[in-house]
Design a protein around this ligand. Structure first.
Ligand code: HEC
Ligand code: HEC
Ligand code: HEC
Ligand code: HEC
Ligand code: HEC
Length: 183
């Protein structure tokens, strides 16, 4: 892993070279200069897989700003390539503390810093660095048949959970967005 990272960093002198090296090791590195990687709502194919040692056809991905801007040192030690802090210890909060500090009630996985159960750290196939569509993300852990019964949960699989719920937490224990209280 360290060797791999060093190789990637050392060859970072030119963007096309880094791109070739990275795309060899990491599937889904955005094409340099590609604007499409940032267009919201683009159709995408395939699922994210990292550290595959075979080159694959390019898929469009959304890239995390510090990753896209080569600010690798925001998360990795420049010497060793190791993370400056583990995800469980709050790596993401180094830059996103405000996102959770203002929440009165925190969502279970957020409270234990399990950010990468929903997001990828580098690149992802869905906007907001999501690994899956929001509704599929939620249904990984919440069974749609077990949700409270009510009009607001009717045909739930076709609804977008995050229209009503903030995925990270909120002022009430159901993390409802303003105006989305039970009718
Ligand atoms: C926002 C934080 C963040 C930034 C910025 C970042 N990384 Fe990472 N990187 C991670 C995390 C988290 C992992 C997963 C480590 C693990 O699972 O142990 C990782 C893993 C890696 C790996 C191992 C293979 C993999 O994808 O799991 C490589 C190589 C790597 N990063 C290179 C880079 C390079 C090169 C840059 C800059 C262009 C960069 N990273 C920027 C957080 C980041
Ligand atoms: C070194 C600082 C840094 C760290 C550490 C960091 N991020 Fe970010 N992140 C950013 C910046 C900068 C942006 C862009 C913010 C903006 O545009 O307002 C961003 C944006 C995001 C977005 C929104 C993407 C979008 O398309 O709007 C998500 C989701 C995200 N980060 C998740 C994470 C997760 C998960 C981690 C931990 C693995 C993490 N971040 C760690 C700096 C960081
Ligand atoms: C249960 C899944 C889930 C977990 C866990 C999660 N997020 Fe998110 N996150 C989302 C979703 C869904 C969105 C998109 C929200 C939207 O589009 O309104 C999002 C959006 C974001 C954004 C973009 C800004 C915003 O509020 O829309 C950032 C930054 C972010 N998440 C960081 C994090 C960090 C840091 C953690 C861990 C402390 C984390 N997320 C944990 C699902 C999650
Ligand atoms: C990684 C698993 C996981 C994912 C993914 C997940 N949740 Fe949760 N969720 C939990 C856990 C754990 C709790 C806490 C359960 C408890 O306290 O009874 C919780 C609690 C909740 C609650 C509060 C329930 C209550 O009774 O207090 C809501 C609302 C909620 N989640 C909505 C969502 C939405 C919307 C998404 C998608 C953006 C989502 N969850 C994705 C694990 C998850
Ligand atoms: C139209 C708005 C709306 C949508 C869409 C919605 N919810 Fe809810 N949800 C609510 C309301 C309102 C409550 C509070 C119910 C109460 O007060 O008892 C709630 C409560 C919950 C709870 C806590 C009570 C329970 O059922 O265990 C969970 C978990 C939850 N929602 C998950 C989800 C998930 C997952 C999705 C997407 C598949 C989703 N919700 C979509 C409005 C919505």
């Amino acid at each position: 892993m360290t060797i791999l990272f060093t190789l990637v960093t050392v060859t970072a002198c030119s963007e096309p070279t880094r791109f070739r090296v990275l795309s060899f090791f990491l599937d889904g590195v955005p094409e340099p200069g590609s604007k499409e990687t940032l267009d919201p709502g683009k159709e995408v194919e395939g699922t994210p897989e990292v550290a595959v040692a075979t080159p694959r056809p390019m898929t469009r991905y959304f890239a995390h700003t510090p990753y896209r801007e080569n600010r690798c040192a925001g998360c990795h030690s420049a010497e060793t390539g190791q993370l400056v802090r583990s995800i469980e210890d709050g790596l993401c909060l180094n830059c996103h503390r405000k996102l959770v500090s203002d929440l009165r009630f925190q969502h279970g996985p957020v409270a234990v810093n399990d950010c990468t159960t929903c997001h990828h750290h580098h690149t992802a196939p869905f906007p907001k660095l999501l690994l899956q569509k929001p509704v599929d993300t939620c249904l990984n852990c919440h069974d749609k048949d077990d949700l409270a019964e009510g009009d607001y949960h009717a045909d739930v699989a076709t609804k977008n959970c995050i229209d009503c719920h903030n995925p990270h937490g909120g002022d009430d224990k159901f993390f409802l967005r303003p105006g989305r209280n039970k009718p």
